[in-house]
Each structure stands twice: as structure tokens, then as C-alpha cells.
Ligand binder design. Sequence first.
Ligand code: GTP
Ligand code: MG
Length: 218
Amino acid sequence: MSAALPFPLAEDADEISLEKGRLLFARGADFVKGVVAMDGLPPADRLEICFAGRSNVGKSSLINALTGRKNLARASNTPGRTQEINFFTLGESHYVVDLPGYGYAEAPVAVVEKWQKLLKAYLSGRVSLRRAFVLIDTRHGIKAVDDEIMTLLDQSAVTFQVVMTKADKVKEAERNKILAQVRKALSKHPAAYPELLMTSSEKGLGIENLRALIAGLA
Ligand code: GTP
Ligand code: MG
């Protein structure tokens, strides 16, 4: 066995990959449906990626930035805004899935439990799920609830890739400190894809690269 993976930041995509990413997202994104129970999932008939992460980490904002549609996914200052599993199409070839946030303590317990159950069922049981992007706030790093979701993904053999969000909110020294924490935590997760992405939906940082990466999953 090799030592713990270093989890470098992904290198910038080359021109051809960037163009593929641009074209994929230029096909047009559309809202399909919000799902509240496993039997409501659309048929698993195309490549699917999802965005998971703690409440308020920036999942919906990242989908809006990727698709270039300001209000496609509902983003909000109110944590717990996304309460269903929201499916979006990318052309005819992909589903992009916005998940309800986890780790939100303010919502009623019964409601939280319902989302968490659905979230876990989805993450562990969706055959067409090609990669889960687990978003981590660059100010906060990996928390216990993230670790729990990552363990579930390990157990379900779903490859997940960490996307750092809100990079615009932290200075470089702080960023490096958090990255070290993230790398250490990820070294315990066999399903973690060994590259990280740094993004800011606000500033557009890392968005083209992420589009290219998603196009490359085909
Ligand atoms: P839930 O659906 O509640 O789980 O939240 P979410 O993960 O979808 O987060 P959302 O995209 O709604 O963003 C939460 C807040 O963070 C909003 O006020 C966004 O404007 C803000 N935000 C998201 N991304 C960024 C970013 O890159 N930079 C900054 N500065 N703020 C961001
Ligand atoms: Mg959301």
C-alpha cells in the first residue's frame, strides 16, 4: 500500500477538454422534477452526477454557475432551502442532481430525518450515479457530518470528489490550512477521487475546469 494520497488540486484542463465542457453545458439545462421519495426517481437511463454537502455550502449556487443560469437551482441564504432531490437535464445525455443539504440543525427533527433517509438511500442506491461531488466550504473544512456521508459513499463504492466552495471568502494562508485538514480527512476514504477542486461560484473560479471534468466522465 502506498502512503496517504496527497490529494493535489486538479490541474487546469487543456483546451480540448475545456471546449468539451463548454459544449456540454451549452446544450441547455432544464429542471425535471423534485423527488421526495425513492420511487419518484426518474429512470436511471443516463449519466448522472450529484452535488452533496452540508447545508449552505453552495450546492445550488454551483449548479447555477456551471449552467450559467442564475436561478436554475434555488440558492438561498436560508440553510435548508433545497428540500427535495432536484433533477436537471444537461441536453439529453446527463442528469445533474442537487441534493438537500445535510447537517442542518435548525429544521424540525422529523423533517431532517426524512431528508437524511432519502439522501442516504439515493447516494447508496442509484446505479447511474457516476460521481458524487461532495462540496466543502473552504472556510470550514471537513466536519463530522461530511465524514459520515463519505463513509456511506465508501461503503456504497460511489466515487466522490471534493469540491471546495466559496474560495473567494478566504485568504491563501487560511485556505492552505483548511486544505491540509481536508487532505488528512480524505486519506481515510477509499472512495475519494484523489484530486480536489477549488471553486467560487461568486467569482467564477474553477467553473470551466469543473465543466471540463464533468464532460470527461462520459
Ligand atoms: P441548501 O440547499 O440549504 O443545502 O444550501 P446550498 O448548499 O444549496 O447553498 P446555496 O447555493 O443556497 O448557497 C448558500 C449561500 O452561500 C447563498 O447565500 C450563496 O449566495 C452563498 N454562496 C454560494 N456560493 C458562494 C461563493 O462561491 N462565494 C460566496 N461568497 N458566497 C457563495
Ligand atoms: Mg440548495
